[in-house]
Design a protein around this ligand. Structure first.
Ligand code: URA
Length: 426
């Protein structure tokens, strides 16, 4: 087989055979198919799509490019959650220990942020001492002692995806539903979880801007998981405004700890509890303990403390704070009519909370605190947002990002419901 034949087939809109897909993924991983050839193929896939059989074969080939983890030695079912990424989306932080406290094991391999969406590992790394890189044995140890582990995927897991994702990032081929779905699901299936709940975000702050594209991505991923024997469901959830009141690494850890202490913003609590219920149902656990109760009685907090400690972190340590702050005030009295997720995410990124290239460091203390959410009454001059940065020079560009991103008016503009839909296998 040769790469040009495979590229021509997809360029001309033909279906790739399983043999062609297996060969091209394997040869690309080994360096036999060149980056420029894979770029051409990725662009042909972006333009001409792949059908369900091709996407399944592509995903399986990426899984076979590396190791597949196995948790069958554990005495309880495993469940995981994957979010397609949003602004202020710290849900994994309270969710993983919460589900552990309710009786499932949560083995989560997670990523770092790129662009305006934050990454779970960056958030957890703001906790002094906490370590993202674990060996498989260490993962098992943390799982057994805390019930949940959140760590970086090692280089042995879906190496074809690692190479291809970096290539897509610089060739304008990220935004292809078959390529996004196979990328996410190859890693989640290889991670070895028995069940999976997908949180597919919709809106300005998400990958998928419309409910239609989000539904197509969710249906594709649910089918891939189900076909691979992983019990998979998806929720479509709102990302037209930020989640919660904190955007930025350490700021989001603080908010997650508030949720684990039984408080926290209503939207973060509602989504955390709903996702926990979905994960427990998918894992076949008719909750020994209800998630809402585990937040109230401290058992989720106990699991969080064990999980952070087992990965070298100090759950009592003071978190990093940015050196400088600036307040954005309400321009007039009224209702906060709109607060756009993308504008706030971009502002947080420009303040230093995110990175432009994957090797860049992040500022743990940087970000945005929201003092009002859409629908709240505000007075003229009342603080709406606090910007946090290590250098005052970052404020100007963050303020530019926020221009037009919020409005105070007589009434709230239409927003998306927090939980919009639930997708299961047909
Ligand atoms: N996240 C992934 O892991 N892969 C994609 O293609 C997009 C988001």
């Amino acid at each position: 087989m040769d790469a040009i034949e495979v590229i021509r087939a997809k360029r001309d809109g033909r279906e790739l055979t399983p043999a062609q897909i297996d060969w091209v993924i394997d040869a690309y991983t080994r360096g036999e198919v060149a980056d420029e050839q894979m770029s051409a193929l990725a662009m042909a896939i972006l333009l001409n799509g792949m059908d369900r059989r091709e996407i399944a074969a592509w995903t399986q080939a990426m899984i076979r490019s590396g190791e597949r983890m196995d948790w069958s030695m554990l005495d309880r079912p495993t469940a995981d959650k994957h979010s397609t990424g949003g602004v202020g989306d710290k849900i994994t932080l309270p969710l993983a220990p919460l589900v552990a406290a309710c009786g499932a094991y949560v083995p989560q391999l997670s990523g770092r942020g790129l662009g305006h969406t934050g990454g779970t590992l960056d958030k957890l790394e703001s906790i002094p001492g906490w370590r993202a890189s674990l060996s498989n044995d260490e993962m098992l140890h943390v799982l057994r002692s805390a019930g949940a582990v959140v760590c970086a995927a090692g280089s042995g897991l879906a190496p074809a995806d690692k190479k291809l994702y970096a290539l897509r990032d610089v060739t304008g081929t990220v935004e292809s539903i078959p390529l996004i779905a196979s990328s996410i699901m190859s890693k989640k299936i290889a991670e070895g979880t028995g069940s999976l709940v997908l949180d597919v975000k919709v809106g300005s702050g998400a990958f998928m801007k419309t409910p239609e594209t989000a539904r197509e991505l969710a249906e594709t991923m649910v089918a891939l998981g189900t076909d691979a024997g992983v019990r998979t469901v998806a929720l479509l959830t709102a990302m037209d405004r930020p989640l919660g009141r904190a955007v930025g690494n350490a700021l989001e850890v603080e908010e997650a700890v508030e949720v684990l202490a039984g408080g926290g913003p209503a939207d973060v609590v509602e989504l955390t509890v709903r996702l926990a219920e979905e994960m427990l149902a998918a894992a076949g656990i008719s909750a020994a303990k209800e998630p809402a109760k585990a937040l109230r009685d401290g058992s989720a907090m106990d699991a969080w403390r064990r999980m952070i400690t087992a990965q070298g972190g100090d759950p009592d340590a003071l978190l990093p704070r940015a050196a400088e702050t600036m307040t954005v005030e309400a321009p007039s009295a009224g209702v906060l009519a709109r607060l756009d997720a993308y504008a706030v995410g971009l502002a947080a990124w420009r303040l230093g909370a995110g990175r432009a290239r994957k090797e860049d460091p992040v500022s743990f203390g940087a970000g945005v605190t929201l003092h009002a959410k859409p629908g709240d009454l505000v007075r003229a001059g009342q603080p709406l947002l606090t910007l946090h940065a290590d250098e005052t020079s970052r404020f100007e560009r963050a303020l530019e990002a926020l221009e037009g991103g919020y409005a105070v008016g007589p009434a709230t503009e239409d927003g998306l419901p927090l939980i919009m839909d639930r997708i299961t296998a047909p």
